[in-house]
Design a protein around this ligand. Structure first.
Ligand code: NAD
Length: 355
């Protein structure tokens, strides 16, 4: 296969970030991925609000628009689908696409329940299609440095609190459509924590609860302690309701999340979804010399390029064309969703929860 004809389901804000890279149209796509970006062609665009699909087609191209995702799934001219809808449709649309033989790029979170995770893992294995979760932090410039310098940390410290309170008008805060801020945004940083840890989580203990929302259904605060299979430990502090900017006053974006990886005197921190990074050494220079103290890639290259967002769809295209394993698979999507759900379970029961 030398081209990927793409169907898009959900033509809202995030889909545009990805569609802007099709046909190699974005300056923010890395040089090495440009050929694959050029090979991705927009074909059918679907949205329940057809005008949104039409507006996206006017901006980015495509052969047709529809308000019926089924037209995308049954179109023999479509090789792959990008799913950028609200969260309750992620699993059903993923399963439908895989059954129809389409490769899938899904926005996060991959799924909202453990049962959905199991179904997607089973379908990914059985159908053999490429299934990729758009975990953006893996593509960011600072993340790459921390992963390279500290490949096997003994401690990963994760902070994912946003500055404001997500109001009930935000769809992702709805218990059915979204699952709340921690499942929605937190899963990016949970995936970054897992990616940098490089080991499977074994157990988690979390405190927290509903601290500043009316609805009792969506936990908005989690302070978790996690143990990994390789003996490493970690922590995850997630939620909305403030403190987001206090630790990182100069942060470039509105969600100044970070993951700090520590390994026997070597420390690295991936900041702002991994766009920027900092290092500190407590070991002699002949043992380890950090590549730098502070890299402000967002300042140097701009927000879009340093975030790696321009590489996500092209990287998915490469995995199809070169028959490679995608950067983040259903295993990674399931791990992030399960971790958050197990944090919620621990908050509710007061027990250590095993994986
Ligand atoms: N990676 C990131 O940094 C990032 C940022 C924002 C959003 N996201 C993710 O992107 C996805 C979309 O979020 P958004 O901010 O673009 O939301 P949005 O509301 O702007 O867009 C979602 C679109 O999906 C459409 N839609 C909903 N249900 C549908 C259905 N059943 N069939 C067809 N279309 C349907 C809506 O009409 C809407 O146009 C979510 O998974 C979200 O978590 C990721």
């Amino acid at each position: 296969m030398d081209k990927v004809r793409l169907g898009v389901i959900g033509c809202g804000n995030m889909s545009k970030v990805h569609m802007a890279t099709a046909l190699g149209a974005s300056e923010d796509t890395s040089e090495e991925l440009r050929p694959y970006a050029s090979a991705v062609q927009l074909h059918g665009l679907a949205d329940v609000t057809e005008e949104k699909a039409e507006a996206a087609r006017a901006e980015f191209g495509g052969e047709y628009v529809t308000d019926d995702p089924e037209r995308i799934f049954t179109d023999p001219d479509i090789d792959a689908v990008l799913i950028t809808t609200w969260h309750d449709t992620h699993a059903p649309f993923s399963l439908r696409a895989m059954e129809a033989g389409k490769h899938v790029l899904i926005e996060k979170p991959m799924a909202m329940t453990e049962a959905e995770c199991d179904q997607i893992l089973e379908a990914e294995e059985r159908t053999g299609v490429k299934y990729m979760v758009a975990f953006r932090c893996r593509f960011a410039m600072g993340t790459r440095d921390v992963k390279r310098e500290i490949p096997s940390p003994d401690n990963v410290i994760t902070f994912a609190r946003v500055p404001g309170i997500w109001g009930p008008q935000i769809w992702a805060q709805d218990p059915i459509k979204g699952g709340g801020q921690i499942l929605s945004q937190g899963c990016h940083v949970v995936d970054l924590m897992m990616y940098l840890a490089g080991s499977e989580p074994e157990s988690v203990y979390a405190t927290g609860g509903v601290k500043h929302h009316e609805s009792p259904e969506v936990i908005d605060t989690v302070n978790a302690s996690v143990r990994f299979a390789n003996g490493a430990v970690g922590s995850f502090m997630g939620g909305d309701g403030g403190a987001g900017r206090l630790l990182l006053p100069g942060a470039y974006v509105s969600c100044p999340f970070f993951v700090m990886a520590v390994d026997k005197g070597r420390s690295g921190i991936a900041i702002d979804h991994g766009q920027n990074a900092r290092f500190e050494s407590a070991v002699p220079a002949d043992v380890w010399t950090p590549p730098y103290e502070i890299a402000d890639y967002a300042e140097e290259f701009g927000n879009n390029k340093s975030s790696g967002m321009g590489d996500i769809l092209p990287s998915f295209g490469r995995s199809i064309i070169e028959d490679e394993t995608p950067i983040a698979t259903a295993v990674d999507g399931a791990r992030a969703t399960r971790f958050i759900l197990k944090c919620f379970e621990s908050v509710r029961t007061g027990e250590i929860v095993k994986f």
